[in-house]
Design a protein around this ligand. Structure first.
Ligand code: PMP
Length: 297
């Protein structure tokens, strides 16, 4: 057993990581086995993106981070301006203008036992790297996905509004997708309505109107979702937040997912059924162009 010494998925050795106030080489960026983020998934995070040297909607991401932290009674040991500076410094240290930023706040080192009162030093680390979530050709051809059996966490159990380090609900759904030979899975809430995907929000288009599940369907309030809604409104397209069923997916003319890593990606097959013509639809294509312009503004 070499315990990962030959891990082919190991991070690039020249990466620089922001860890608790310092930028350090990745080999020195370690978190304790007693960190409650690791022991219990007790922490929060953000996935953020930079285009042409400008971080897209950083304030919105940091606001969501602060709200997630507040929801789990975690005090982030850095101010908003300090987080902004740290994010840009990490990009710079890695020579990136276009990249993905993972900002994580863990509960910190404590003793065994769930109680967050037995920790007093939250950790903040930031990884900046390139990311390619889905193969490029899927953006032209559209992606096949499944609707899955793993239900999205009930908001009264663990609200999907909290972007926490506890992602097993999504990982179980992702495993179901991968087992079915696709990259993404559509998750339903406990009432049987469409919620979201493992790492993306969902939209459908029917008869020219754009629809997406409301926040109270139990979803993360995606930064890209909000940007897509703005673009839909700017185009003057009819827009509704409404509860969607599996039937609504199957009869949609178009479907697309939104997410920081995914951006806007067309979905052309669900559970083996072609959506609309089976090709990326005109509204999806238009919004993709609009989104590309928006991120460069
Ligand atoms: N839903 C879930 C469960 C997510 O993890 C994410 C982020 N990857 C999204 C939706 C999309 O959110 P955003 O557009 O802010 O990246």
């Amino acid at each position: 057993m070499d315990f990962g010494k030959t891990n082919k998925f190991a991070p690039k050795p020249n990466l620089k990581i922001f860890l608790d106030g310092r930028i350090v080489p990745v080999a020195e960026a370690s978190i304790s086995v007693f960190d409650h983020g690791l022991l219990y998934g007790d922490g929060v995070f953000e996935g953020i993106r930079s285009y042409g040297g400008k971080v897209f909607r950083l304030d919105e991401h940091l606001k969501r981070l602060e709200e997630s932290a507040r929801a789990i009674r975690l005090t982030i040991p850095m101010s908003r301006p300090e987080l902004v500076k740290a994010a840009y410094d990490t990009l710079k240290a890695n020579g990136l203008t276009d990249g993905y930023i993972r900002l994580v706040v863990t509960r910190g080192v404590g003793y065994l036992g769930l109680s967050p009162n037995r920790t007093d030093c939250p950790s903040v680390f930031i990884i900046a790297d390139q990311i390619e979530l889905y193969p490029k050709e899927l953006y032209d051809k559209g992606m096949a996905v499944i609707s899955c059996s793993v239900q999205r966490n009930h908001p009264n159990a663990l609200s999907p509004r909290i972007k926490s380090l506890n992602y097993l609900n999504n990982i179980l759904a992702k495993i179901e997708a991968l087992d079915a030979g696709v990259y993404e899975a559509i998750m339903f809430n406990t009432q049987g309505y469409v919620a979201e995907c493992t790492g993306d929000n969902l939209f459908v288009v029917r008869n020219g109107a754009v629809e997406t599940p409301p926040l109270n369907a139990g979803i993360l309030e995606g930064v890209t979702r909000n940007a897509a809604i703005e673009l839909v409104r700017k185009r003057g397209l009819p827009f509704r937040e409404r509860e969607l069923t599996r039937h609504d997916l199957y009869i949609a003319d178009e479907c697309f997912f939104t997410g920081t890593a995914a951006e806007i990606i067309p979905v052309t097959k669900i559970d083996g059924r072609p959506i609309g013509t089976g090709e990326p639809g005109p509204i999806t294509k238009q919004l993709t162009v609009d989104f590309k312009k928006l991120v460069m503004d």
